[in-house]
Design a protein around this ligand. Sequence first.
Ligand code: NAP
Length: 310
Amino acid sequence: MSVERLAIVGLGLIGSSIARGARTYGLAKHIVAIDRDRHVIERVQALGISDLATTDAAEGVREADLVILCVPVGAIGAVAETIAPHLKPGAVVSDVGSVKAAVVAAVTPHLAEANAFVPAHPVAGTEYSGPDSGFATLFSNRWCILTPPDGANEEAVERVRALWQGLGAIVETMTPEHHDLVLAITSHVPHLIAYNIVGTAADLEEVTQSEVIKFSAGGFRDFTRIAASDPTMWRDIFLTNREAVLEMLGRFNEDLSALSRAIRWGDGEALHELFTRTRTIRRGIVAMGQETAEADFGRARTAAPASVQG
Ligand code: NAP
């Protein structure tokens, strides 16, 4: 099912990947790109990934059948308020925000009954931002979670589902609250741990910065990739999914205390038992096609670049 006119608000990593994918896989007859930033619009025009690119949100959404909000979570409500009076009856609104309950609460009050809201979250991304960082296959074989409200318009849900399936995603449906709890442990807390560990290493006085970089392949390097993620996006995620993150962080802290105790008392059996269980989880993720089985994430086995060798 192809959409007549698709409008994308926010042409960063996710928005520009949707635009590229929609064009590549023929999912929309007309693609409209909307961003508040004139430089982003100029880049989008130069890249040729939309039929129309504008900073005028009202004009951009006017004839759209499907509007996808791809701005940071904290800005989605304000954008919904701006575009709502300009939507045509029957236009479906969706988003890609990494948090769902707060987004539903921020968007729903602004939309007319004739404009269904079908929230979505593609569980796919990289640590890069902006229109140049997107690519058409970003969502291929990745999950996209829809959180439609009870009694949602079936046709509206189908329109959004068809877009994500067309982009290559595997679509699953759940409530916004359940989504936020699941993502707190699978995505939000891991990012917080990465931000924290990279921050701690950077603060260590007895380890010079060059040593942190030099020996980073000992595990630290993989945290730095996550900790390089967009600061605005992640600030908004922690501010809007506060309860679920704090709940999961509480459990994490308890388990970390148990691990500290096992190390202090030399309980090798407890450590070995946990590390065996976690290895099974990694293998399960690889078996589901969500990660490569290649050693070291498939990194080329060459010497580290000269600049990193210090
Ligand atoms: P991004 O690359 O930083 O792009 C966001 C774009 O939205 C930027 O061009 C930004 O412009 C624009 N924008 C911000 N506020 C706006 C406003 N009020 N009106 C119009 N445009 C505005 O971000 P992204 O990584 O694509 O993330 C976008 C959304 O996708 C977020 O809600 C995020 O939670 C979700 N998401 C991200 C990932 C990921 O891994 N990155 C994965 C899944 C879902 P400025 O540069 O001027 O701010």
